[in-house]
Design a protein around this ligand. Structure first.
Ligand SMILES: [Zn+2]
Length: 433
């Protein structure tokens, strides 16, 4: 049996990725209208890009490039496309993605490895609580991955706690895959209907789309809320349509492992150059082995750090920390860089805060002005504004302005008539596109 590349030494992994990069570049040069033009206009000879460090000579691909030049990214004849999906773009219109048969095999391989990383194998039964249609890639990829792994899947789709519990009781899955906050609804439904969920067949939950841990790999508020109620194993994943790859936690839960045969990750600082390992920057990815719409140095807009060094599970494949935030939402407050999740975390863990909204606007000084408007659950017997400022300073070094408002007033901001998601962050800054 060939040794899994993830357990090889960092040097072997790097050399392996550089070989794969050569193949990917040659493929783009031969087949991609978008990258052919980019190489020509920037005088890039792909033969000069031999090492991962050489990637910095190539311009980034932005989300808006995908949107404006969508089909110029397609590298194969349309007849080879099996599956079309769309993803949301930054300019309003969705971006189309197209997968060939080979790409679907690649997705199956990716999810097979990711599920195996979370400890699944033949004999496990996974209940899928995400949609498999609606032009999404993820649900189909999970199905293909489970099939490839030789495990079993139950495709229930998202929502409908009653149907989810009926399925759990009938078919006894050991693993659930869903958006983690949905678990809280499942627990609530079980409690209201006398379902003994703590003794159900479910032992493992794989979360998608929402983080479960903080930067120290401890469970975050959502993770703790689930774990306090239901003692199951929690696994977080990070993936996207553009990457066509998943970063999945192993049972040690200290970052999502990269699958080196599928994707190259660079972490890029504000100067557009790679930052040292362990430092936070924007995740920039290059896909490997994609036939339909491969991407080269694509800026994801997500911020995280790369962790090298061997994991307790034995893998050397580097890991990504839980996402720190979105680059677009980056706040510069009194010289400190921070992201809304860090601000939310302080507020979520303050017992007397009922609800809140974080508002960022331009200040006259050219930096960001941050105001937290909040409602109080109860009036503490000390000054809540002063106490909160201390909490902020001890957690994120700086304190925003704080305004206490009546709870219903904040609730009205959190749930405006037309929005389906609660609004907790409002960005009023003037931004260059
Ligand atoms: Zn590991």
């Amino acid at each position: 049996m060939i040794k899994d590349i993830e357990f090889e030494s960092p040097e072997v992994i790097k050399a392996f990725q550089e070989q794969k990069l050569q193949e990917a570049l040659a493929y783009l040069q031969a087949n991609s209208p978008y990258y052919q033009e980019m190489f020509r206009e920037n005088d890039i000879a792909i033969s000069q890009i031999r090492h991962l460090e050489d990637l910095t000579r190539i311009p980034f691909t932005e989300k808006k490039d995908l949107q404006l030049r969508n089909w110029d990214f397609l590298c194969c004849p349309k007849e080879k496309i099996v599956d079309y999906v769309t993803t949301s773009g930054t300019l309003g219109e969705p971006v189309s993605f197209a997968c060939s048969d080979k790409d679907l095999q690649r997705l199956a391989y990716n999810e097979k490895k990711s599920f195996a990383c979370a400890g699944l194998g033949p004999g496990n039964i996974l209940q899928l609580m995400t949609t498999i249609d609606k032009r999404f890639m993820a649900g189909l990829a999970y199905f293909l991955g489970i099939r490839e792994l030789g495990a079993s899947i139950i495709r229930v789709g998202n929502g409908i706690p009653e149907l989810q519990w009926d399925t759990i009781q009938r078919l006894k899955p050991d693993t659930i895959m869903c958006v983690p906050s949905f678990i809280l609804r499942l627990i609530q439904y079980a409690e209201e209907h006398g379902i003994d969920y703590k003794n159900s067949s479910v032992k493992r939950i794989i979360g998608i789309g929402e983080g479960l841990r903080d930067q120290n790999f401890n469970l975050n508020l959502l993770g703790r809320r689930i774990k306090e109620k239901w003692d199951v194993e929690l696994f977080a994943t990070y993936s996207s349509t553009e990457m066509g790859a998943t970063f999945s936690e192993c049972p040690y839960g200290c970052g999502g492992h990269v699958h080196p045969e599928l994707i190259i990750v660079e972490i890029i600082g504000e100067d557009n150059l790679p930052v040292p390992d362990g430092e936070v920057g924007e995740i920039v990815i290059t896909t490997l082995g994609v036939e339909g719409m491969p991407l080269l140095r694509f800026r994801t807009g997500d911020m995280a750090a790369k962790i090298t060094g061997q994991c307790k599970c034995g893998r050397y494949s580097y890991r990504l920390t839980p996402l720190v935030g979105r680059k677009n939402n980056m706040i510069k407050l009194k010289g400190t860089t921070l992201y809304p999740p860090a601000v939310n975390d302080v507020l979520d863990n303050t017992p007397y805060v009922e609800n809140y909204v974080v508002i960022v606007q331009d200040s006259d000084a050219g930096t960001d002005d941050v105001v937290v408007q909040l409602g109080l659950k109860y009036q503490p017997d000390f000054d809540p504004v002063k106490d909160l400022k201390d909490r902020f300073r001890s957690r994120i070094r700086v304190a925003p302005r704080i305004e206490v408002l009546p709870v219903p007033e904040v609730a009205a901001i959190n749930f405006p008539a037309k929005s389906r998601k609660p609004v907790k962050f409002i960005d009023k800054r003037a931004k260059p596109l």
